[in-house]
Design a protein around this ligand. Structure first.
Ligand code: P53
Length: 478
């Protein structure tokens, strides 16, 4: 098929994506409470961020002020409008609405902030696309209940979801419950359990079991929220959010292929529960074999069946590769190998545009649901010239290659794709490292890793390039 000259379907949601804690700043303003993101220090490529017990005045916390979107959002949204955005994905900071998480009443000034923010988007016909929980939760819930290890947190989350669904029902149509809920598959890594679930494992605890229990509570909370959301407004589209990293076998050796299949099952069963409304049998067998004795009730299972998601939201950055390890259990922290056919980014992420087409088809075959690419992009070091230009042709090339594969999936393979919101459309604090220097944006923010800088915004070359892509509804991509 000749791709050039063919546009994406009418109404395709071109836009950009961010998360509250990575750009807002204002961490203690408007009555906001402390979140898990507020107790994470800065790290670097090979230096993990520290999680401190409350705030240590001797540490630097990059999310506290981030890029000050809290005060500058009118200027930033104006730039998004100039680029032609139809959608803007952000999250609601739970702690702006319920500063402690278990408060009786929501915080009005937090609610007001998002009213104003969404109005500002709607002024330019930009649809807000909202994640309820994006890598943060009230720190008080971590201290008092141990985060998502506690069933009680389901009620707090559902209350939060209900309040914001009601409040913004005429402003927001597209929602997602938990950001990259499946990142905790890598439960041995330093922060996956903390960022996804607010859990700091104790030394004698079994991380795998903790992960499955927390994920179960989150899936139940998500299903309850989906059900309530639909009751509040029938038009709501409520999706899940999955970190999609296809996992390939290193060779065609049957054992490699079987192991890659199990790795995919292990990383994506979360989407099975969200979309199908029940657990896959292989996983129930695994729980039994491991004697996990998880707290899963009949009522929970009923909620899962009644709260299936409307669409698959997912992020796509890279693919993984595995080879036979002699056992069938996939351990994400140890079992990945290098793919000889793809190159990695400066942060070691294996860049693979073709994998995006594969992923879109894989999800389509498995769930037959609409899909929404809610993150994609290249974290890179940008240089600003003396005359304030940023020539980020590597980012343009990354995006162009991914959009091309996305276009094939939509136009040739018939995948039902709602939209594409590349990550960090404006430079922001990286989730894994806390760095500003790992930049994704099409808008440059003059800020260094230590928080210094003018915070001025500059259009990168990719800004003009993406503006053109949107203007022609993708028809120029070939
Ligand atoms: P940063 C790991 C693997 C794939 C996506 O990541 C991930 C992560 C966790 O870092 O996170 C998503 O900023 C996430 C965003 C995050 C973005 O990808 O570490 O949803 O919050 O910023 C990019 O380079």
């Amino acid at each position: 098929m000749n791709l050039k000259g063919q546009a994406f379907p009418d109404g395709f949601l071109w836009g950009g994506a961010v998360a509250a804690h990575q750009l807002e700043g204002g961490f203690d303003q408007g009555g906001k409470g402390l979140s898990t993101a507020d107790v994470m220090t800065i790290g670097a490529n090979d230096i993990p961020r520290k999680v401190t017990d409350g705030i240590d005045p001797n540490e630097f916390y990059p999310n506290h002020n981030a890029i000050d979107f809290y005060h500058r959002y009118p200027e930033d949204i104006k730039l998004f409008a100039e680029m032609g955005f139809k959608a803007f994905r952000t999250s609601i900071a739970w702690t702006r609405i319920f500063p402690n998480g278990d408060d009786e009443q929501p915080n009005e000034s937090g609610l007001k902030f998002y009213d104003d923010l969404f109005d500002e988007c709607l002024k330019y016909n930009i649809q807000p696309v909202i994640t309820l929980s994006h890598f943060e939760m009230p720190y008080h819930l971590v201290q008092k209940y141990g985060g998502w290890r506690s069933r009680k947190v389901i009620d707090f989350f559902v209350k939060f979801a209900t309040v914001v669904f009601k409040r913004y029902q005429h402003k927001v149509k597209y929602w997602m419950t938990f950001n990259e809920i499946n990142n905790q598959t890598d439960f041995e890594s330093s922060h996956a359990l903390f960022t996804d679930s607010g859990i700091l494992p104790k030394s004698n605890e079994e991380n795998e079991k903790l992960m499955y229990q927390a994920a179960h509570y989150e899936l139940v909370a998500s299903a309850m929220a989906v059900k309530i959301g639909h009751e509040i407004n029938h038009d709501f589209q409520i999706g899940c959010m999955i970190a999609m990293t296809p996992i390939y076998p290193l060779t065609s050796k049957p054992e490699d292929v079987l192991f890659a299949q199990r790795a995919m099952q292990t990383r994506f069963w979360f989407a099975d529960v969200h979309a199908n409304g029940f657990y896959p049998q292989w996983l129930l067998n695994h729980f039994k074999e491991q004697k996990f004795n998880l707290d899963i009730t009949e009522t929970d299972l009923r909620y899962l069946r009644e709260g299936k998601v409307d669409y698959i939201g997912f992020s796509y950055y890279m693919s993984f590769t595995v080879k036979d390890t002699g056992k069938l259990e996939y351990n994400e922290s140890y079992d990945r190998v290098k793919n000889p056919y793809v190159k990695a980014s400066e942060w070691g992420w294996q860049v693979d545009p073709v994998g995006l087409r594969y992923a879109l088809n894989w999800f389509n075959d498995r769930y037959h649901l609409p899909q929404f690419i809610v993150e994609n992009g290249l974290g890179a070091i940008d240089k600003k010239t003396v005359d304030n230009q940023i020539h980020d042709e590597y980012r343009i090339s990354y995006m162009n290659n991914h959009i091309r594969e996305m276009k094939k999936a939509v136009l040739e393979d018939g995948v039902n794709l709602i939209g594409y919101t590349p990550w960090g459309c404006i430079d922001l604090v990286a989730a894994s490292t806390g760095q500003m220097s790992k930049r994704y944006g099409m808008i440059y923010v003059d800020e260094n890793d230590d928080g210094t800088g003018s915070l001025n915004r500059y259009r990168k070359d990719s800004f003009y390039w993406f503006q053109d892509v949107i203007k022609h509804n993708g028809s120029e991509i070939e």
